[in-house]
Ligand binder design. Structure first.
Ligand code: NAP
Ligand code: GLV
Length: 313
């Protein structure tokens, strides 16, 4: 196989693990690690997470951009992203499963009032909350019925929740009420006692979890965001939490990461925070499809998981 030079661009601690794994899977791949890649001559592909703006435009022989994650907003955020160079994303079953674990845990925690029982235990109170609803009476709404949203729906279905999904185009997913487009948004929210955001971040979805969306949720709803911080208007979420209309929020992603120490989410009693680790990319499971896409690039074959730049996901 013709050798190929791949630029790896990320602040990840597992850079060396990525290089080892990729080069072991295909010795014709030479991985150059940014920010000390040596010469950039002949770089034909870049595997990136939040590449510095303008970097990719300095690679004259670049033929493929590969996202180190399932999301690609971090690639399209570069205003100088070379036009016409295909962008592919990861679709890794291991990562999808990890995302579903995270969201299912949040749904079940809130469904079973885990925060209240934690507080009762700390107060040595033997107390049961009245009328805890059964799964079948709980409306769970999934924003985004893509790879992760559909997997989450399949994993939540056996509990009997009343599941709904909202997407751009209509979907036929067994056991999931499908809503789509702008006209479907508010009816979808109105039946979502627990709303889980798994949308890609695009110009259409930026700030979609705003005051109007929170107001459309049933009173006492729970918001789970494992997608991107840019989906949430922070001030609107804080206002909805403070008014009690939204009862709690589980957030994995933030507009600024790491979340700055002074951000009000940190100390808010109704907010649970994790450090954007709902689904971390694992080189052990994800490297094979990167290698396969590099093989296809060289063989002139159709690439896997190509992103539509017009849609932004
Ligand atoms: P995906 O397969 O591309 O699916 C996206 C879904 O969102 C599709 O159902 C799509 O509708 C829908 N959608 C897109 N734009 C929309 C709009 N304007 N209105 C309504 N629905 C819209 O995405 P995925 O692989 O499931 O991943 C989703 C996101 O999860 C990623 O983009 C990333 O941001 C995030 N993520 C986070 C982590 C983490 O660690 N926190 C890890 C992995 C991924 P159609 O089906 O009709 O096109
Ligand atoms: C992580 O956030 C991803 O997009 O894979």
């Amino acid at each position: 196989m013709t050798p190929i030079r791949l630029l790896f661009v990320s602040n990840s601690d597992s850079k060396s693990a990525w290089k080892r794994r990729l080069e072991a899977l295909d010795p014709s791949i030479e991985v150059r690690l940014w920010p000390d890649p040596g010469s950039l001559d002949g770089i034909e592909a870049a595997l990136v997470w939040k590449p510095p703006a303008g970097l990719l435009a300095t690679l004259p022989r670049l033929r493929l951009v590969l996202s180190l994650g399932m999301g690609v907003d971090h690639v399209f955020a570069d205003p100088a992203l070379p036009k016409g160079v295909p962008v592919v994303r990861l679709v890794d079953p291991d990562l999808v499963n990890r995302m579903s674990e995270y969201c299912a845990l949040a749904v079940l925690r809130y469904h079973r009032n885990a925060d209240a029982y934690d507080a009762f235990q700390r107060a040595r109170q033997w107390k049961a909350l009245p009328n805890e609803p059964a799964g079948a009476s709980r409306g769970v709404g999934i924003l985004g019925l893509g790879e992760i949203g559909r997997d989450l729906a399949a994993k939540l279905a056996p509990f009997g929740f009343r599941l709904a999904g909202w997407s751009r185009t209509p979907k036929l997913v067994p056991g999931v009420e499908s809503y789509h487009g702008a006209e479907g948004f508010k009816p979808f929210l109105a039946r979502s006692e627990i709303a889980v955001c798994l949308l890609p971040l695009t110009p259409e979805t930026e700030g979609i979890l705003n005051a109007a969306a929170f107001a459309a949720l049933p009173k006492g709803a729970i918001v789970v965001n494992a997608a991107r911080g840019g989906h949430v208007v922070d001030a609107d979420l804080l206002a909805a939490l403070d008014s009690g209309h939204v009862a709690a929020a589980q957030l994995d992603v933030f507009r600024q990461e790491p979340l700055p120490p002074e951000h009000p989410f940190w100390a808010h009693p109704k907010v649970r925070i994790t450090p954007h680790n709902a689904g971390l990319t694992n080189p052990e499971t994800a490297a094979a499809q990167i290698v396969e896409n590099l093989r296809r690039l060289r063989a002139g074959e159709r690439l896997l998981n190509v992103v539509d730049p017009a849609r932004g996901y």
